[in-house]
Design a protein around this ligand. Structure first.
Ligand code: C6P
Length: 411
């Protein structure tokens, strides 16, 4: 047994049996589970320190404010931002991406301009740009994929032009399990005078991300996909860009002065954090990041890689299984999408659930990508730190049992 197998005991939720079976939780791309240290930190905040932030001078208010701002610094170091003021707490990746579209986008994108996304985008990094294009008269262009499902740099070179104002791409696909060559795209975008916005929802939880080294202008991700409480996320933005942007929402916390007819706004990040923030969420995110740092992000990536190295060939060996995305485990993150011939993915997910295996089925909020793949939906298994080879075995066994049950290939 390796130290990775012991990690499972940090996650109380995984102790339960589902439909009488050991729980193999393989829906981590949708949301992850929380370890005891994160649950304890959440409980501790509500039992000892709960108060609103940036408002009160009483002891609890000072404690809550200190912890909230300390959490911002933990996030800053986790993604190597140059300054804690570049970290905006949001509800999640979705809100961060909407924020950029509604502020920077509205300010800089005009009729005749171009916004470039990839065909592999989650709706959260597509619909805000599509709606911005509709509202401004800009055009929305798509970077295509290679045959193996990776982002096609040749296509990017064609699509990004001097008319491009914003390039918005995912750092890692929630369907194909591919990583985007973000650094190269950032160089390309900047050569054409565009900014680059990255969706890191499936990246930051799984491998080391350094926003300065990547050269991105904005980078959004969600805490719940990396073991924090729900409803907390992060938007990283280059400070000079944040300073020049209009606010996203208006209200308490984000102002400097307010008179009857006019308001001046606070400096970033508070300019973008109107209203009472998710203080407990931010604290739990810092706690989850500390937990991940103790494991080491290089080790987290390697652990998931090892699981994919066994799971992927075993899935490919089943001739009634179609795997989407690269067939080379080295090119894969811990996300594997597949279908079973003759079965709807929802039936696959239901059948696997009977064996205690939790996977997701559906279009994964990536309908244009589904169209490109020629399917309406896929099944998807996604790994995280607490998964083990036992989960891989349980997945493969459950798929084989599903095949037997539905007489796949024998009718
Ligand atoms: N993908 C999935 O099962 P939020 O909902 O804001 O936390 O994250 C949105 C999001 C943005 N980008 C990518 C690449 C994502 O995968 C997600 C969330 C989940 O694939 C739920 S649809």
């Amino acid at each position: 047994m390796s130290k990775w197998d012991n990690i499972r005991s940090d996650f109380p939720i995984l102790e339960q049996r589902v439909n009488g079976e050991r729980l193999a939780y393989l829906d981590n791309a949708a949301t992850t589970q929380r370890p005891t240290p994160v649950l304890n930190d959440l409980m501790h905040f509500y039992q000892h320190d709960n108060a609103n932030v940036h408002r009160g001078v009483h002891t609890l208010a000072v404690r809550a404010t200190t912890q909230y701002e300390e959490a911002r610094k933990v996030v800053q170091h986790f993604i190597n931002a140059a300054d804690a003021r570049e970290i905006i707490f949001t509800r999640g990746a979705t809100e961060g991406l909407n924020l950029v579209a509604a502020t920077y986008g509205r300010q800089h994108v005009h009729a005749g301009d171009e916004i470039v996304v990839s065909i592999a985008e989650h709706h959260s990094n597509l619909v805000p740009w599509q709606q911005l294009a509709i509202a401004t008269g800009a055009s929305l262009k798509y970077i295509g994929l290679t045959a193996a499902g990776s982002l096609d740099l040749n296509s990017a070179e064609k699509q990004i032009t001097d008319r491009t104002k914003i390039v918005a791409v995912t750092h890692a696909s929630n369907v194909l399990g591919t990583k985007t060559p973000l650094k190269k795209l950032a160089v390309l975008a900047h050569q054409h005078g565009a900014i680059i916005v990255a969706d890191g929802a499936q990246a930051v939880p799984h491998f080391a991300v350094d926003v300065q080294q990547l050269g991105v202008d904005f980078y959004a991700f969600s805490g719940h996909k990396m073991m924090s409480g729900m409803g907390i996320g992060v938007l990283y933005g280059r400070y000079d860009l944040l300073q020049a942007m209009p606010p996203y929402q208006f209200g308490g916390e984000m102002i400097s002065t307010v008179s009857q007819q006019a308001t001046t706004f606070a400096e970033p990040p508070h300019k973008f954090e109107a209203g009472t923030p998710n203080v407990a969420g931010a604290i739990s995110l810092a706690s989850a990041m500390n937990y991940l740092q103790q494991l080491g992000m290089v080790n987290v990536e390697r652990h998931e890689q090892e699981l994919v190295e066994t799971a992927l060939p075993r899935l490919l060996a089943e001739d009634y299984v179609t795997v989407y995305g690269p067939h080379d485990p080295v090119k894969h993150t811990g996300v594997i999408s597949f279908n079973i011939t003759g079965l709807h993915p929802h039936d696959v997910a239901t059948a696997l659930d009977m064996e205690g295996v939790a996977i997701r089925a559906g279009h994964h909020c990536a309908e244009p990508l589904m169209d490109q793949l020629g399917v309406t939906a896929t099944a998807r298994a996604s790994f995280y730190v607490y998964n083990s080879q036992q989960d891989v075995d349980q997945l493969i066994d459950a798929i084989r049992e599903t095949k037997e049950f539905f007489h796949i290939g024998t009718i």
